[in-house]
Design a protein around this ligand. Structure first.
Ligand SMILES: [Zn+2]
Length: 244
């Protein structure tokens, strides 16, 4: 496994070498790798040329030849888009905050507005991310999703409804003592990839043009980096796409 992120425990020189190997494996030796400082937002950056400085954002789009737009992940959902007719590409980083902020849906919209891309010409790849099998989240996430999406319940496994109301638990523990066997549910599992697939479809990308790898980073720590699984000691996966 190649760590492709500049993390504390890895040397910069090693990461640079890993990135060179990665780009070579993609067949993009002549291409320039562009990334953003990811902040779990819905901020989409459009690159007309190679960026001179590292901008904040969570999605990058370009039609500039020779530029590889990339995102880094270790559990969050990486998504790559390509409009095969207009030859425009985008890379998206979608954790729960970015997903709730509709970063995938917004990126398809930006391809349409800035490049004249038609959503029906877009193909999408959803990469490895923490799956609905493993991604336990609390009431804050359930509430945020239930406010944002009418169909949110479809993406959760477990007691979504009681967690999604956003009612603050009372600070007086003795007031919320439930009888044994009726304790309040604390956790639900979220399928982030499903929520992002829905957004791509809502933006007009045909469902048969959306390809999801379906692999869970936490289940498959032998193949991938997982922040939930390894914490600060984990590395970063990279997903990149460009026009030669
Ligand atoms: Zn899993």
């Amino acid at each position: 496994m190649l760590n492709l992120g500049y993390v504390e425990w890895d040397e910069r020189g090693h990461v640079d070498e890993n990135r060179r190997r990665f780009v070579r494996a993609l067949g993009g030796e002549e291409m320039k790798l562009a990334g953003v400082r990811q902040i779990h937002s819905s901020l989409v950056r459009i690159f007309r040329q190679a960026p001179r400085e590292r901008l904040k954002g969570d999605a990058l789009a370009t039609r500039r030849r020779g530029l590889l737009v990339s995102v880094q992940t270790a559990d969050c959902v990486p998504i790559l888009l390509a409009d095969t007719r207009k030859r425009v590409v985008a890379a998206i980083h979608a954790g729960w905050r970015g997903t709730a902020a509709r970063v995938a849906q917004k990126t398809v919209g930006d391809l349409r507005v800035h490049f004249g891309a038609r959503p029906e010409d877009v193909i999408a790849a959803i990469g490895p991310a923490i799956g609905g099998c493993c991604y336990e989240v609390g009431p804050d996430v359930a509430h945020e999703f239930s406010c944002q999406f009418a169909q949110a319940a479809e993406w959760f496994d477990g007691p979504f409804a009681p967690l999604s109301t956003g009612d603050e638990p009372t600070p007086f523990a003795w007031l919320q003592f439930d009888p044994p066997g009726h304790e309040r549910p604390k956790k639900v599992r979220l399928d982030l990839a499903a929520a992002n697939r829905w957004q791509l479809e809502a933006a007009g990308v045909p469902s048969d043009r959306i390809f999801a790898c379906g692999l869970c980073t936490l289940c498959r720590m032998d193949w991938f980096f997982s922040y939930r699984g390894e914490g600060q000691r984990t590395g970063r996966l990279m997903s990149a796409i460009g026009v030669k």
